[in-house]
Design a protein around this ligand. Structure first.
Ligand code: HMG
Ligand code: MG
Length: 315
């Protein structure tokens, strides 16, 4: 029988990127005040996560919820060892990231034109042309660069996406010089067998240490997908969001990212080494829930909240 992480002989610690300040807040109908965003990022910085996607330098017309990312980056406390990253769609975004002293930017495209057109007003091919000077400029300034490939299994407009298309876009991003790749399961519908088909196709074209998986959790499969990727393929980098908040306004129907606290709990329970304190993440999720004024989707947070002493019922 295989041991946990059998394909990863060094049992490398899992690297968690918390995307709640970006993916989480971009999909909220209400604008979360800047001070709340800063407090959230400062609290996440102390949970043990390796990276925090702290904002987005996109058009404020496209994502008004994150129009204050410049201010957020200037005010957060930066803890040594934590990477603070942000999305950048164009050269204007790169200028803003540079001015805000961002450690790492992420360019983002997809494996389907229909989604990419709606999301960044370009085809996949046009987006890759647009990214060349951005990647070069960011690297010249000493920033790290991530490349996202969204719709890595399903597109909300085109349906199932062949893994070979994802592989081809990923290879083009690597050719541009990005440091790492994140494959986005944008609509949260994939099952472990879909993830196996994807990883069987892409993994001979990227070093596993440069690959992150970004699962949304619409159908409740994200933890199973991540465990499959870790156990069977030795993937040790995952994006997730405190409280399971998240979603893209250009991917209708998609729900939040897998909750950081749920994924950390599941990985640790399966034998992985994860240097994140899930109880501190639960506290961040509570902070987020207060900020967005609705309950969140995390199993662990809900369970712990339910266990808290409840006010006595009257009557
Ligand atoms: P466009 O309208 O074609 O841009 O949008 P434009 O260059 O024509 O400019 C239009 C206006 O926007 C101009 O202002 C620009 O200055 C301004 P005006 O002259 O009209 O006053 N503008 C900007 N302002 C500030 N910063 C900027 C910027 N760019 C333009 N960077 C564009 C094209 C790509 C800019 C737009 O479509 C955009 O920003 N899209 C981003 C959409 C987005 O953020 N989607 C969510 C993130 S992706 C995601 O969630 C998936 C992921 O989580 C993985 C997964 O789950 O699969 C990553
Ligand atoms: Mg996402």
């Amino acid at each position: 029988m295989l041991q946990p992480g059998a394909h990863n002989p060094h049992l490398a610690p899992v690297r968690i990127t918390d995307v709640s300040p970006r993916d989480g807040l971009q999909n909220e109908s209400a604008f979360v005040p800047t001070a709340r965003k800063i407090a959230l990022i400062n609290a996440l910085s102390r949970t043990g996560v390796a990276e925090i996607e702290a904002g987005s330098f996109v058009s404020p017309t496209a994502i008004p919820q994150l129009a204050d990312s410049d201010e957020v980056f200037r005010a957060i406390e930066r803890i040594p060892g934590v990477t603070y990253s942000a999305l950048v769609p164009n050269e204007r975004g790169l200028e803003r990231a540079r001015a805000a002293a961002v450690n790492k930017i992420a360019v983002f495209t997809a494996a389907s034109d229909s989604f990419t057109r709606r999301n960044i007003k370009a085809t996949v091919q046009e987006s890759l042309i647009r990214f060349r000077p951005i990647v070069t400029g960011a690297k010249r300034d000493g920033m790290l660069v991530r490349g996202y490939v969204s719709t890595a299994v399903f597109c909300p407009y085109e349906g199932r996406i062949p893994p070979a298309r994802v592989r081809d876009v990923m290879k083009r991003l690597l050719d541009l010089g990005v440091d790492d790749i994140s494959l986005g399961e944008t609509i949260g519908k994939a099952s472990p067998s879909d993830i196996r088909a994807l990883l069987d196709t892409v993994m001979s074209h990227v070093e596993s240490v440069r690959l992150s998986l970004h699962f949304h959790d619409t159908y409740g499969m994200a933890v199973a997908n991540a465990l499959t990727a870790w156990w069977d393929y030795g993937i040790t980098a995952f994006d997730c969001s405190a409280g399971g908040l998240g979603g893209c306004p250009y991917a209708p129907g998609a729900s939040g990212n897998v909750a950081t606290e749920d994924l950390v709990f599941a990985l640790k329970a399966s034998g992985a080494s994860v240097p994140v304190d899930e109880m501190l993440v639960v506290a961040c999720a509570q902070q987020l829930s207060d900020a967005v004024r609705h309950p969140l989707n995390s199993r662990l947070s809900q369970f712990l909240h339910l266990r808290k002493p409840q006010p006595a019922l009257k009557g």
